[in-house]
Design a protein around this ligand. Structure first.
Ligand code: SF4
Ligand code: FES
Length: 247
């Protein structure tokens, strides 16, 4: 299998970037997309050229590191899939595949396809924790959590922080990510103590970082690998009103 990669190359945050073309053969349809980039990098090493910088860790849809735009779509041509879960069988022999980094002011480019997503970490720092008494672990059944509540909280906890929601949103809004992190803990009895401050502090940090406002286009939920629904944003907004009154 042979494809033409057009890949964004940028040496540093402040340098000028450009799309560079790489004719790449020797690929197979069973290769993952990241393996295809590995294959390209091996060829670049043999030619004594700079390898393409891209991020990954788990390569199985868990860590959220690998996000890039592929032919203009976050994580490639399929809904609800990470870049590392994409395989070359999704492309045809002879295809041209354009690969670009996330494009959002709050996610500055570090190098090539790697962006700085620490803005997400700073949102999380503002409230994605609970307060618990230290000492002996409490008896497991002392805080009953109804099954439907724990299921709903786990659905929110599925967010892997990949940033596809921000990258695909025309306003570069982080509302889907932030709502998932807030609702995950605010749904649970263990998260109730800080429910209002968590919401106010995390949404404030979202603005401080320069993410845009949500206008409910739902573009984010289509690309979200964790299938977080925009109803999560509606829930966050409803909780926001409550937090303003009681927080
Ligand atoms: S909400 Fe979905 S798209 Fe956004 S960071 Fe979390 S997993 Fe990624
Ligand atoms: S490398 Fe971990 S989600 Fe893709």
């Amino acid at each position: 299998m042979k494809v033409t990669f057009k890949i964004w190359r940028q040496d540093s945050p402040d340098s000028k970037g450009e799309l560079k073309t790489y004719e790449t053969d020797g690929l197979t349809e069973d290769m993952s997309f990241l393996e295809a980039l590995d294959h390209l990098n091996e060829k670049l090493v043999l030619k004594n050229e700079k390898v393409v910088a891209f991020e990954y860790d788990c390569r199985e849809g868990i860590c959220g590191q690998c996000g890039v735009f592929i032919n203009g779509r976050a994580h490639g041509p399929h809904d609800h899939m990470t870049t590392c879960q994409l395989h070359m069988r999704s492309f045809k022999d002879g295809d041209t595949i354009t690969v670009e980094p996330w494009q959002a002011g709050a996610f500055p480019i570090v190098k090539d396809l790697v962006v700085d997503r620490t803005a997400f970490d700073r949102i999380v720092e503002q409230g994605a924790y609970i307060t618990a008494k230290t000492g002996t672990a409490p008896e497991a059944n002392s805080i009953p959590v109804p099954k439907e509540v724990s299921d709903a909280a786990m659905d929110m906890a599925a967010c892997i922080g990949c940033g596809a929601c921000v990258a695909t949103c025309k306003n570069a809004s982080a509302a889907l990510f932030t709502s998932a992190k807030i609702n995950h803990l605010n749904k649970l009895p263990q998260g109730k103590a800080e429910q209002h401050t968590r919401l106010l502090d995390m949404t404030k940090q979202m603005e401080v970082e320069g993410f845009g406002s949500c206008t409910f286009t739902a573009a984010c939920e289509v690309e979200c690998p964790a299938e977080i629904s925009i109803s999560s944003i509606a829930e966050m907004n409803a909780r926001y009103v409550k937090a303003k009154i009681f927080g």
